[in-house]
Write a protein that binds this ligand. Structure first.
Ligand code: PMP
Length: 395
């Protein structure tokens, strides 16, 4: 093959995760490896009605090029959703993106020069790490406990990296750990960001997927000076295939984002935006989210109980209050990557946790997704993982 790849492209290798996720697409495999919503909950009938209405009422405009910042009625609806969780913003502070993945990617282009420092949770969302790596950023990570990033460790990193650009955090039901940043730490993180003059990138695709406990206001709620760039998504509350997310930030920052979005894809799918907006006009999306949350609550509970019942005692796991993932820590002596291969041989796909670390990897953790399998399949899959783990401990 002849190629003239950039240095950047040459650095990128196919990830093992992609191999596992591809394997996870085999129909008879029980997959806890991805982060896919439950497809049976997609509101197909309501979406048929909404699409029909868009085509009938809006006609060709719905298929025409449209504004980079997004379809105004949808932007207004995202404003309302944010207001309900304590974020005050105006229309010029919201831009629709092609999923929140694009929001992260645009952030990389907007804020990161080569060698710039980003401070992340350890572990964190793999595809955000990929973006920061493509930008050749210097990624430093901060240890977490059950209540999210440790603030003393964060302050130490801020002292050691005085030119850091931003802190990347997933405050609710973090991917991969399912952990939620406590209220005190949210306030403290903002204080530290002010003190050391860094931005905060608050990536919150899972906030609405809370099925127990009480909601904690986003960090953006406490932001009075435009220091927090907030992003969220319709993927988990509606349908990821429509590829719709949004960014909420200071107007000048949104304007800059728009310049980058224009060169990326001009605008997010205008038809999908109109359908989503129409759906929200015709239906109560919060009632739909409640249905999703009730299902995930039960699936999460079943998965957690299976950890207790089928996994060796030395395994530890904290039950999340929302989101899509359970994080399981195995005894130190067990290599999760090896376990994931044995599980695949038994027809179950799981993700080893080491993929989610920017620097020092933890080799004994598994990320298990509970949203995409029925309770019966969760039980069957967890029994098989349990057998693999018991076998590994015995040998
Ligand atoms: N951020 C986090 C933390 C995620 O887990 C994901 C994917 N589930 C995304 C962003 C991107 O999601 P989407 O592009 O579908 O909105």
């Amino acid at each position: 093959m002849i190629h003239k790849f950039t240095k950047r492209a040459n650095m990128m290798k196919p990830s093992d995760m992609r191999i596992i996720l591809t394997a996870a697409e085999q129909p008879d495999l029980i997959s806890f490896a991805g982060g896919l919503p439950a497809p049976e909950l997609f509101p197909i009938e309501a979406l048929k009605k909404a699409s029909e209405a868009v085509l009938t009422e809006d006609g060709p405009v719905s298929l025409q090029y449209s504004p980079t910042e997004g379809y105004s009625p949808l932007r207004r609806k995202t404003l309302e959703r944010m207001e309900a969780i304590g974020i005050q913003a105006n229309l010029n502070q919201v831009m629709i993106t092609s999923g929140s993945q694009q929001a992260i990617d645009l952030t990389g282009r907007l804020l990161l020069d080569e060698g710039d420092t980003v401070i992340c949770e350890s572990p964190t969302y793999l595809a955000a790490l990929n973006v920061f790596n493509i930008c050749n950023a210097n990624i430093v990570d901060v240890e977490m406990d059950e209540n999210g990033m440790l603030m003393e460790a964060l302050e130490q990193q801020l002292q050691e990296n005085p030119d850091a650009k931003f802190i990347y955090t997933i405050p609710d039901f973090q991917n991969p750990t399912g952990r939620t940043l406590s209220l005190e730490r949210r306030k403290r993180m903002l204080e530290l960001a002010q003190q050391y003059d860094v931005l905060i990138l608050e990536d919150n695709p899972y906030g609405a997927i809370r099925f127990s406990g009480t909601q904690i206001p986003p960090i953006k709620h406490f932001d009075t000076e435009g220091r927090v760039i907030y992003m969220s998504s319709f993927s988990k509350i509606f349908a990821p295939g429509l590829r719709l997310g949004w960014i909420c930030a200071d107007e000048l920052i949104i304007e800059k984002y728009m310049a980058f979005k224009e060169s990326a894809d001009m605008h997010s799918d205008g038809f999908a935006q109109r359908i989503t907006s129409k759906y929200m006009e015709q239906n109560d999306i919060d009632a739909h989210i409640e249905k999703i949350n009730a299902t995930y609550h039960d699936r999460c509970h079943v998965m957690y109980e299976c950890v207790n019942q089928y996994f060796p005692e030395a395994v530890s796991c904290v039950k999340p209050e929302g989101g899509l993932f359970v994080w399981v820590e195995l005894p130190d002596t067990i290599n999760a990557r090896k376990i994931s291969i044995s599980c695949l041989e038994k027809g179950v796909a799981v993700l080893p946790g080491d993929a989610f670390f920017a620097t020092d990897s933890q080799s004994n953790a598994l990320r298990l997704n509970f949203s995409n399998a029925s309770e019966d399949r969760i039980i069957e899959g967890m029994k098989r993982i349990g057998e693999v783990l018991h076998q590994e401990i015995r040998t």
